[in-house]
Design a protein around this ligand. Structure first.
Ligand SMILES: [Zn+2]
Length: 407
C-alpha cells in the first residue's frame, strides 16, 4: 500500500475541502482521506504541494497519427511495426501530460486494440476504423462499407463487435482530412444511420458520430447516438450555427458533445495554408486565420454551457501539428474561457469523460475501488488553473507513468 497526498484535491466532481490522501493498493484506490490523515507506519507516503485529481481523459484521439500534416492518411499505408511504434509514442505523450485514458476514434486495421492496457500507459477505449461510406471521410483507414445496403451496414458493425471494439464510430458527415467528402451535408441517409446505431446498441456498445454539418448533427441526434464529435454546425450557406432546438434535445437526452478543441495555438504557424475547401468554410465562420476560428468555437462552447449540454474533453489529437497528444488540459482552460467554473471544466475531463467512455465504475474519480489513475499538478487549480499543464506525478492503474517523470 502507498499513498499520494496533496493539500488541494479535486475528486472528479468537486474540490474537497481538506485536500486528500489517496491510498493506493495495487492498481486500485483503497481509500480517499483528508490531507492530514494519519497513516500506519508501513504505508509509503508521497507528499506533494499542489492539487491531486483523477487522471485526465482525451475522448477523441488518433493514436496511429503523429500530429504531422497528413499523418493519419500515411498511417493507412504503414507497416504493422511502424504503426505500433507511433501508437506507443502517442500514448507516452498523453501520459506525460496527465492523461490516463484515451478514446481512440479511428485507427487502421484495429491496431490499437492489442495495446489497450499497457503498463504505465493510458487505457485505450478503441473504435477501430470508423464506419464510413464507400470513398467517404477517412476511407483510407479501411472502414468504408462496400455499399449502404442495410445488410452491409449491419455487417460493418458486426465485424467491429467480433473484433472486440469498445465503441462504434460513424462518420455522419464528411471531414477536412478527406477533401472530396461532403463536410456540409450527410454521408448516410437517416434510415441508414439508424441501422448502424441500432446495431451497435443491440451489441451493447455506445455509438458516436463524427458530424461537422448541422444536418449530420441533427440526423445523429435523431438516430439516438450516444455522442457527437466536432459538433461544428456547418450549413449549406457556409454559416455555422448551433440550432437551439437541437441543443435543447441534445441536453434533454444527455448526448455527450465533444467540440474537439484544445489546439496548441503556438503551433498554428506549422499548419499549411488552408486548402480552398477549408478556406471557404473558415470564411463562413468569419475567420481568416485558425485563431479566428478558435474564437468562433469558444462562442459555441458557451452556448453548450448555457443549454446544459454534457460536454466532454477531446482534442482529435494526432490529426495536425496544433493537435498534439497530451493537449487535453488545454480544453479545460478553454472551457474556463467560455464561462465554465473550474470544477465543471475539470469534471468534463474526468468523471463526465469517463461516463462518455462507459467507464463510470472504473476511472474518472478519486474514490475507493476505482483504478488508481492519479494526477498531481503543481499548484492550486482553483486559483491557477494553468497548473493543469504542469503534471508533477502521474499514476496509471497504480503504476508510475511510462514517461519521463518531472524532476
Ligand atoms: Zn477524429
Amino acid at each position: 500500500m502507498h499513498a499520494v497526498r496533496a493539500p488541494q484535491a479535486f475528486d472528479g466532481e468537486r474540490f474537497l475541502p481538506d485536500g486528500a490522501t489517496v491510498l493506493v493498493d495495487g492498481d486500485r484506490i483503497a481509500a480517499v482521506e483528508p490531507f492530514g490523515h494519519e497513516l500506519p507506519h508501513d504505508v509509503v507516503v508521497e507528499e506533494h504541494s499542489g492539487t491531486v485529481l483523477p487522471g485526465l481523459v482525451d475522448c477523441h484521439t488518433h493514436l496511429v497519427a503523429d500530429s504531422t500534416v497528413g499523418g493519419l492518411e500515411r498511417a493507412g499505408a504503414m507497416s504493422e511495426a511502424d504503426v505500433a511504434a507511433v501508437v506507443l509514442t502517442s500514448l507516452r505523450r498523453h501520459v506525460a501530460a496527465g492523461v490516463t485514458t484515451v478514446r481512440d476514434l479511428g485507427d487502421v486495421a484495429y491496431r490499437t486494440l492489442a495495446l489497450r492496457e499497457l503498463p504505465g500507459l493510458p487505457r485505450v477505449v478503441a473504435a477501430g476504423p470508423p464506419v464510413t461510406t464507400p470513398d467517404g471521410h477517412c476511407h483510407f483507414l479501411g472502414g468504408a462499407v462496400p455499399s449502404t445496403q442495410d445488410a452491409d451496414l449491419r455487417s460493418a458493425v458486426d465485424e467491429r463487435v467480433e473484433r472486440g471494439v469498445d465503441v462504434i464510430k460513424v462518420m455522419a458527415s464528411g471531414g477536412f482530412a478527406t477533401p472530396d467528402s461532403d463536410q456540409l451535408g450527410v454521408q448516410f441517409t437517416a434510415p441508414q444511420l439508424s441501422v448502424l446505431v441500432d446495431r451497435g446498441h443491440r451489441a451493447g456498445l455506445p455509438v458516436v458520430a463524427h458530424a461537422h454539418s448541422l444536418a449530420a448533427m441533427q440526423q445523429a441526434e435523431a438516430a439516438g447516438v450516444d455522442g457527437i464529435e466536432h459538433f461544428t454546425g456547418l450549413s449549406l450557406d457556409l454559416t455555422p450555427r448551433l440550432d437551439d432546438r437541437l441543443l435543447a434535445e441534445v441536453a434533454r437526452r444527455g448526448t455527450f458533445v465533444d467540440l474537439t478543441m484544445g489546439n496548441d495555438r503556438s503551433l498554428h504557424a506549422l499548419m499549411p495554408a488552408p486548402p480552398p475547401h477549408l478556406a471557404s468554410l473558415m470564411a463562413g465562420f468569419g475567420a481568416t486565420s485558425f485563431d479566428d476560428l478558435y474564437a468562433a468555437r469558444l462562442v459555441h462552447l458557451a452556448q453548450l454551457r448555457e443549454h446544459g449540454v454534457r460536454v466532454v474533453t477531446g482534442v482529435d489529437s494526432g490529426m495536425a501539428p496544433p493537435k498534439q497528444h497530451g493537449n487535453v488540459w488545454r480544453v479545460v482552460l478553454e472551457m474556463l474561457e467560455a464561462g465554465y467554473d473550474t470544477a465543471s471544466a475539470l469534471a468534463a475531463a474526468t468523471s463526465v469523460a469517463a461516463s462518455a467512455c462507459c467507464l463510470d465504475g472504473t476511472t474518472g474519480r478519486l474514490a475507493p475501488g476505482l483504478a488508481a489513475d492519479v494526477l498531481v499538478v503543481d499548484g492550486d487549480l482553483r486559483s491557477r488553473p494553468e497548473a493543469l499543464g504542469r503534471p508533477r506525478r502521474v499514476l496509471v492503474r497504480g503504476r508510475p507513468a511510462d514517461a519521463p517523470q518531472p524532476a
